[in-house]
Design a protein around this ligand. Sequence first.
Ligand code: SAM
Length: 366
Amino acid sequence: MGETITMKDIQEGSVSIMVPEAKIPEYGEVFYNPVMEKDRNISVCVCDLLQEILKKADLKGLGALSATGIRALRYKKESGLDMCANDCNPKAVKLIKKNVKRNKMKMEVTEEDANVLMRNNHFDFIDIDPFGSPISFIDSASASLGRNGFLSITATDTAPLCGSYPKVSERRYGIKSMKTDYYNELGLRILISAVMRIFARYERVFVPYLSYSRLHYFRVYGKVENGVKRVNRLLKEFSYVSHCFKCGWRDMKLEKKCPLCSEATQFCKVYLGDIQNSKFLEKLENRLQKRMFVAEEKLVTKIKEEISFPFYYDLHYLYKKTGKRSDKMEKTMEKIRQKGFHVSRTHFCPTAIKTNATFDDMKEII
Ligand code: SAM
């Protein structure tokens, strides 16, 4: 208790900040994760595009859960966005203020519960980067963003979202998750679906621009806009996905019994529309290239090249379930193409492909 925490100096992007030396901070101490640098690099480039997306100058951004302040500092210094850095932990706020000074910058720093701050203030762009789930901040973000805004969200509670704790997912996101072979995409879509439903309550759409799964987390960037008709159209893109855990069959409709093996299926209802915006990805790719963020550009290119049809097939799982001998990935992809289907690799899983071929088609092809 009361022990002084050892700090170290680090450089990330164009800012130099003090961060706690400990990799896993003690309870109540300030958090910094160097592994998220790549994600922050992507976020800086997203900030570069905000004026164009929102068709507005003089944007005000909020790092709602800032810790060391790294995101807000970088967004302001590298992208020129007017930022406010907030955290409810007084130790974090003290450190953010020091880090602002260190970089000879001026930035608003607040020590508030993020929900209270967002309820009382308007922002055009909000970054929600919490420990675990972002869901408890979305209502307030909706209140803060107003008619036209941009939101970025991180979720690190991938275990509930990906089917390890379906009941937690049901409580938190209103959708029972399933541990399918495409769990990363289903988990990400459960998160997006829950966020969309929250915005829908306020007759507002959340339109995903970039969504990905990386390491231990999901990240989604999207535009928020008003419009009852748009909300209704978006909600029409919600549908069931049914999965048979015995034979691996799946389809995007409600089937309580597997048509192949008659086993009872599991199912849930999620958003099945686009989770990427191809025009935005192209612009983002250019920004990443200009800033020489090579690995990040590769990730965005991979995402851009993925076909948008929901739910990938993990070929390892498929070969195991069907008892077929496994082929090289490229060979399987070629066979799928020859049958007239679209096919691509996916950033979600290195052994998986995305295609519009159904499970039955896939069985036949392999
Ligand atoms: N964005 C940071 C970065 O990129 O390094 C990491 C943020 S860390 C994962 C989450 C932060 O949220 C912690 O600093 C914590 O103190 C803060 N926090 C948690 N609940 C909060 C709340 N209700 N309001 C404001 N800050 C909160």
